[in-house]
Design a protein around this ligand. Structure first.
Ligand code: FPP
Length: 246
């Protein structure tokens, strides 16, 4: 949670509607994704200015491989070109880049770019841009289970010591606090195998706006809605008030 609870420390976004935006403008789907990159840039800047510290973007899900091959290829090319174009500027602005997901299925070129961007920005601490690529929440839980089993097998961890907190240490987000606010654009109200463990207590915000049209104003509407939410984490309103007066 943020020190100022009305500003989310961590925002997680499913950037939906690139294809429908392209359709609306009689453009190919790839043009929608390209336009989506502008919204990404804008969202990073607006989040940083507003005091958000971590932004996780769902750039490519494990299920997205099933899209038409031409779309997958154009998305991969867009990831490579976006990294080539943006990393220096992100670095100059103190942004640290991190990728979560199974990167081994990407081309060697993209894997190298990902690693390079993480290394170049590793010491930045103003803002964390966490990109979920070939990510799936179930994959994350399974890979955490495998690591834990290995440790138990090697007698480095006792089964009795596996708590929820201990389990989180094996997820790909182990160093990042859970999202405070989840945003999904383009009218869909689904989690789509995103950060399913991590979003147990996250506030959800949905908008009909397509991702390429999600601008500063739209993000401020989401932040404003978040600031009105009463987060209880299973407690009663009276307990929350007593804690905040303590
Ligand atoms: C969902 O829209 C969007 C994606 C699967 C890709 C998201 C990628 C970007 C915004 C581009 C770049 C990102 C980074 C981090 C450089 P959709 O295609 O499912 O839209 P539709 O539901 O309208 O068809």
């Amino acid at each position: 949670m943020s020190k100022n609870p009305s500003i989310p420390h961590h925002v997680a976004i499913v950037m939906d509607g690139n294809g429908r935006w392209a359709n609306k403008h009689f453009l190919p789907r790839a043009a929608g994704h390209k336009e989506g990159v502008k919204a990404v840039r804008n969202t990073i800047e607006t989040c940083a200015k507003a005091g958000v510290k971590v932004l996780t973007l769902f750039a490519f899900s494990s299920e997205n491989w099933n899209r038409p091959k031409s779309e997958v290829v154009s998305l991969m090319n867009l990831f490579v070109s976006s990294l080539e174009k943006e990393v220096n500027k992100l670095n100059e602005n103190g942004v640290r880049l991190k990728f979560i997901g199974d990167r081994t299925r990407f081309s060697q070129k993209l894997q190298d770019k990902i690693e390079e961007s993480e290394n170049v920005t590793a010491n930045n601490d103003k803002f964390l841009l966490n990109i979920a690529a070939n990510y799936g929440g179930r994959w994350d839980i399974v890979q955490a289970c495998k690591s834990i089993c290995r440790k138990v097998q090697d007698q480095q961890l006792k089964m009795e010591d596996i708590s929820e907190q201990e389990f989180s240490n094996y997820l790909s987000t182990s160093t990042i606090p859970d999202p405070d606010l989840f945003i999904r654009t383009a009218g869909e109200q689904r989690i789509s195998n995103f950060l399913i463990w991590q979003m147990a207590y996250t506030e959800f915000y949905y908008t009909d706006v397509f991702w390429p049209e999600f601008d500063e104003k739209q993000l401020h509407i989401a932040l404003e809605q978040f600031s009105q939410r009463k987060r209880k984490f299973g407690l009663t309103q009276e307990q929350i008030e007593a804690n905040s007066n303590a």
